[in-house]
Design a protein around this ligand. Structure first.
Ligand code: MN
Length: 227
């Protein structure tokens, strides 16, 4: 008989709004740039390129309401308010129309970023993993089933009650269907995959002690306190 060398890790998961269910998380993909004004604030032409992707480990997941330590190796932790898509089915080479069929639900999210490490990585043409995929870097709220509709309204971020990001989901350069279609041409998507769909303008630093809340019309907030 064989077994594991030690107890296997517990699958990261998220609560589902209004249901006694948890959504098991397999992988976390993120879109690099998906709102024109944010692309411009980071020094890029929003019309110049197709969507690109990076990842975070699934166990970087933080449930809304948590208090987490200020991450190591940075002096410039930033918030990025984002709509998160939760896949309930898989697929490869999906059309934008077929792509929506794999969506299980939506959530609000905060793509926490060590901006100083990202700037260094960009300058040295190195990967973003340590800027984006660090421990406790993916804050996500409760998932609302897709049957309740796709969120298209307001997305905002508040740091200690002060509004720092305020945009409309409908201003995304690439729609949810287009994002999934592009991503599914690069990897075969699977049930449990989350996709952070990019952040609007207004990203900025989070001080120690601050509470950051991402709110999307119709969804539960993704709130985290950094100590
Ligand atoms: Mn982001």
């Amino acid at each position: 008989m064989t077994g594991f060398a030690f107890a296997p890790m517990i699958t990261p998961s998220l609560p589902v709004e209004g249901q006694a269910l948890r959504f098991p998380v397999r992988r976390i993909f993120c879109v690099g740039r998906n709102y024109a004004e944010h692309a411009r604030e980071m020094g890029h032409d929003p019309n110049a390129e197709p969507p690109f992707f990076f990842t975070k480990p699934a166990d970087a997941l933080v449930q809304s309401g948590a208090t987490i330590p200020y991450p190591p190796a940075t002096a410039d932790l930033h918030h990025e308010a984002e709509l998160v898509v939760a896949c309930g089915k898989g697929g490869a080479n999906l059309t934008p129309e077929a792509a929506l069929d794999i969506v299980w639900g939506y959530a609000s999210g905060n793509d926490l970023t060590r901006r100083d490490l990202q700037a260094e990585a960009k300058a040295a043409r190195r990967p973003w993993d340590m800027a984006k995929g660090f421990d406790r870097s993916a804050v996500v709220g409760a998932i609302r089933p897709a049957s309740d509709g796709m969120p298209l309204g307001r997305i905002s971020c508040h740091v200690d009650g002060r509004c720092t990001q305020d945009a409309l989901i409908s201003q995304m350069i690439w729609s949810v269907g287009a994002i999934i279609a592009h991503l599914s041409a690069l990897v075969e998507l699977a049930p449990g995959d989350l996709i952070f769909t990019g952040t609007p303008a207004g990203v900025g630093p989070i001080a120690r002690g601050a509470t950051v809340s991402v709110q999307i019309d119709g969804l539960s907030p993704a709130t985290v306190t950094i100590v």
